[in-house]
Design a protein around this ligand. Structure first.
Ligand code: ADP
Length: 257
């Protein structure tokens, strides 16, 4: 699928872990200020694909890539990875707050960017926690350990931590899979709000979540040699009601995977 306002793009992108090819020739455009869901069976390369955009795969030894990956038409491979990761934030499957106070978790990124002024930090912390819809629950206990929060609150705190460095893109790797249904719905509502200002990619193995929470869906599969490839990409309603490929239909109706 092609878009007028493209935020992220890959062209003939492949990734290898040593001799094993995990992704093959992925061509995709990710539109700005929308939610794109990545779905597909376990092992088809969804997380690997997500980590492409902030170059987290660089941290794994033996990884080699081919092809182009761009953000706003600039190659991510020519950017400083630290700068790139300020632009492209990430939220993981299990909430992973630092063993620090709520305040210090959110202030961590801005501090590492050189913000020292306490009032400025306080303002950033409040704005980020509000943006992640967790401010009202924690505003009176900012000095409390983040580890004392519930799982759902911790995940929204981690989203606040990502927002604090003012990214353009937020990558989410199954952000609700460790949460109960109520906390999951809160995260999904939050993601809907965030798309006004951010480009969001969310990996999920939960079909209902992809159908409910995303604007566009990309379906990945594995080839016979287990390399992941993009089968199809389109509006979420179209993928779920009128997929172009039979294999997509089989997957979304639960007939394999
Ligand atoms: P998914 O998120 O769709 O479950 P992954 O991206 O986690 O898939 O994995 C894709 C493939 O790459 C799998 O075959 C997995 O075993 C392999 N893989 C993932 N991480 C590594 C790694 N660090 N080293 C070697 N192989 C890996």
């Amino acid at each position: 699928m092609k878009f007028e306002d493209v935020k992220l793009e890959t062209k003939q992108y492949s990734l290898y872990y040593g001799d094993f090819q995990a992704l093959r020739n992925v061509d995709i455009q990710i539109p700005r200020n929308a939610i794109t869901a990545i779905i597909g069976p376990s092992g088809c390369g969804k997380s690997t694909f997500l980590r492409t955009f902030n170059r987290m795969n660089d941290l794994i030894s033996g990884v080699r890539v081919d092809g182009e990956v761009t953000i706003d038409n600039n190659s991510v491979f020519r950017m400083d990875p630290v700068e790139l990761r300020y632009c492209v934030g990430m939220v993981f499957q299990r909430p992973n707050p630092f063993p620090k106070s709520i305040f210090d978790n959110v202030a961590y990124g801005p501090r590492s960017q050189g913000v020292r002024d306490r009032a400025e930090l306080a303002e950033i912390v409040e704005r980020s926690l509000r943006g992640a819809v967790v401010w009202d629950e924690v505003k009176d206990e900012l000095n409390k350990s983040a580890l004392a929060l519930s799982g759902g609150q911790q995940q929204r705190l981690c989203i606040a931590r990502a927002l604090a460095v003012e990214p353009d893109v937020i990558l989410m790797d199954e952000p609700a899979s460790a949460l109960d249904p109520v906390a999951t719905l809160k995260i999904e509502e939050l993601i809907q709000q965030l798309k006004k200002e951010y480009t969001i990619i969310i990996v999920t193995h939960n079909m209902q979540q992809a159908a409910r929470a995303s604007d566009y869906t990309a379906f990945f599969m594995m080839a016979e040699d287990r390399a992941g490839y993009l089968v199809e990409h389109g509006r979420t309603d179209q993928i779920f009601t009128n997929p172009q490929e039979e294999i997509t239909e089989r997957y979304i109706t639960g007939r394999f995977g």
